[in-house]
Design a protein around this ligand. Structure first.
Ligand SMILES: Cc1cc2nc3c(=O)[nH]c(=O)nc-3n(C[C@H](O)[C@H](O)[C@H](O)COP(=O)(O)OP(=O)(O)OC[C@H]3O[C@@H](n4cnc5c(N)ncnc54)[C@H](O)[C@@H]3O)c2cc1C
Length: 476
């Protein structure tokens, strides 16, 4: 095999792509990964949206801004008096950039460790080759590769609002929202989804007056209604102004401001001028410059690469994973698909259970869930029983000083199998994995209720909510 001939070439080095490449190499395939993301110095920055302008930098800023808020508002209750508290935004942003770089470098190290050949540049199909495909690499690296198997993992980009193109100065996508160089006095956010709420929270905590405009009449429609209502109440109390049912009209840029005309949920015309505007109305799959026409790779009317349940595309030997295909746009979903595809190429039985993919919104309090919501089960006519437990009654939450929210279990009315677990409260991004494991093993709520949980811990709320399904909570 020539050194430009590979068993597996992965196009895209985000969580779907780099993980697929590592697993393929572990399985003994000669593997390459091509990724075009460049850092400020033009060097390679693998890790995709997640590492560079998504999961990782947003969590870094969420953590820093939460510390700032605690220092300003929560420390005094613990008997810690602070004076002269100041925000050093350049340092906060620098810390975020350092964490991103550590992750980029970590992936390059993992490629070396697993013998994945990395190409920094854009990968594009150039046609069919004997027993596979020809892939051109252009950009910092120029090359031509051939591959028996190709994994497309090219991710997604932020969706623009017509007439309001991102300039990343005044009108911001997630990229600009993670790098604002001075706290805006008034910040507008269009879209109350995961990204809008996380970004809105960061900038509110460090002093911005944040207004979130959402088109839908309900808040967090995909979240269990009881949890979404609680979260809405808590976010509003924190000072996030959330306006539902808005119809966005003209968006006009001034020299240092953006004006948004909209009709609010009550039908009244509104006109608000912001210092910055974040638009977070969803993401679109990315197949730009991928040369799909040269091989006839099928995409649907919304631009997603068409795949079956096992990530096979319309072409033999070509697979696609992550944000560029159907299903939730989540890093861990992309990773699971990447692993499963590598294993399927090796003739193994890759496994992704779409029913047990956890969702998390890293606001404070956090929101996390897995499985079905009450409203979904009602619509499907499934008989269920539900039980919940508030963090207010949890000793560890009281000691932490964060008693907001609850854990809620939903179980089948007859078999008691857990159908969904929903949480809003402190650190629920960590607590949700117990529910995921339980559902993977088809546990009943009684199974969780009978398991010993450490005291005092937030996880006791999970046990108590499971007990509540049978109306026998011990501490509430
Ligand atoms: C602000 C924000 C916060 C988020 N937070 C979370 C979170 O907390 N948890 C979570 O699970 N998800 C989160 N997400 C979503 C998560 O980032 C995505 O679901 C995930 O990155 C998708 O992975 P992917 O590998 O499919 O694509 P991507 O991460 O988008 O990676 C695709 C890569 O392919 C490269 N590429 C594209 N075309 C080519 C080409 N032709 N040649 C070479 N390279 C190419 C791109 O440059 C990119 O590096 C967040 C997203 C955003 C925007």
């Amino acid at each position: 095999m020539s050194d430009k001939q590979f068993d597996v070439v992965v196009i895209g080095g985000g969580p779907g792509g780099y993980i697929a490449a590592i697993r393929a190499a572990q399985l003994g395939f000669k593997t390459a990964c091509i990724d075009e993301w460049a850092n400020a110095k033009g060097g390679p920055a693998p890790g995709g949206t997640c590492t560079n302008v998504g999961c990782i930098p947003s969590k870094a800023l969420l953590q820093s801004s939460e510390h700032f808020e605690h220092a300003g508002h929560a420390f005094a209750e613990h008997g810690i008096n602070l004076s002269g508290l100041e925000l050093n935004l350049p340092q906060m942003l620098k810390r975020k950039d350092t964490i991103v770089k550590q992750n980029n470098d970590g992936i390059l190290f993992l490629f070396k460790k697993n013998k994945v050949t990395f190409f920094h540049g854009r990968g594009a199909f150039a046609g069919k080759a004997e027993g596979g495909y020809t892939i051109n690499v252009s950009g910092p690296t120029t090359d031509t590769l051939t591959a028996k198997n190709v994994v497309v993992a090219t991710g997604s980009n932020a969706r623009e609002l017509p007439g309001a193109a991102f300039d990343e100065k005044l009108i911001l996508s997630n990229t600009g929202a993670l790098a604002i160089d001075a706290v805006p006095g008034k910040l507008g956010v269009i879209g109350a989804g995961v990204i809008g709420l996380e970004m809105g929270s960061v900038w509110r905590r460090v002093g911005a007056d944040v207004t979130v405009l959402e088109g839908l009449p309900t808040f967090l429609g995909a979240v269990d209604e009881q949890i979404a209502k609680e979260a809405h109440k808590l976010f509003t109390k924190q000072g996030l102004k959330i306006s539902l049912g808005c119809k966005i009209g003209a968006i006009t840029k001034g020299e240092n401001s953006v004006t948004v005309e909209y009709t609010d949920g009550a039908g009244a015309a509104q006109n608000v001028t912001f210092d910055r505007l974040i638009i977070s109305i969803g993401r679109v799959p990315n197949t730009t410059g991928l040369g799909i026409e040269t091989v006839g790779l099928q995409v649907d009317e919304r631009g997603f690469v068409v795949v079956d349940d096992e990530c096979r595309t319309s072409l033999p030997g070509v697979w696609a994973v992550g944000d560029v295909v159907r299903g939730p746009m989540l890093a861990h979903k992309a990773e699971e698909e990447g692993v499963a595809v590598a294993e399927r190429i090796a003739g193994q039985h890759g496994h992704v259970n779409f029913n047990t993919i956890p969702w998390v919104i890293y606001t404070s309090p956090e929101i996390a869930w897995v499985g079905k919501t009450e409203q979904q089960l009602k619509a499907e006519g499934v008989a269920y029983k539900a039980g919940s437990f508030p963090f207010m009654a949890n000793g560890r939450a009281r000691a932490l000083g964060d008693t907001s929210g609850m854990v809620k279990f939903i179980a089948d009315a007859t078999t008691d199998e857990i159908l969904g677990v929903h949480m809003v409260g402190p650190m629920v991004s960590e607590l949700i994995s117990e529910a995921v494991v339980a559902m993977e093993f088809k546990a009943s709520s009684e199974d969780i209720a009978r398991i010993c949980h450490a005291h005092p811990s937030l996880s006791e709320s999970t046990k108590e909510a499971a007990l509540a399904v049978d109306k026998r909570s011990l501490n509430f």
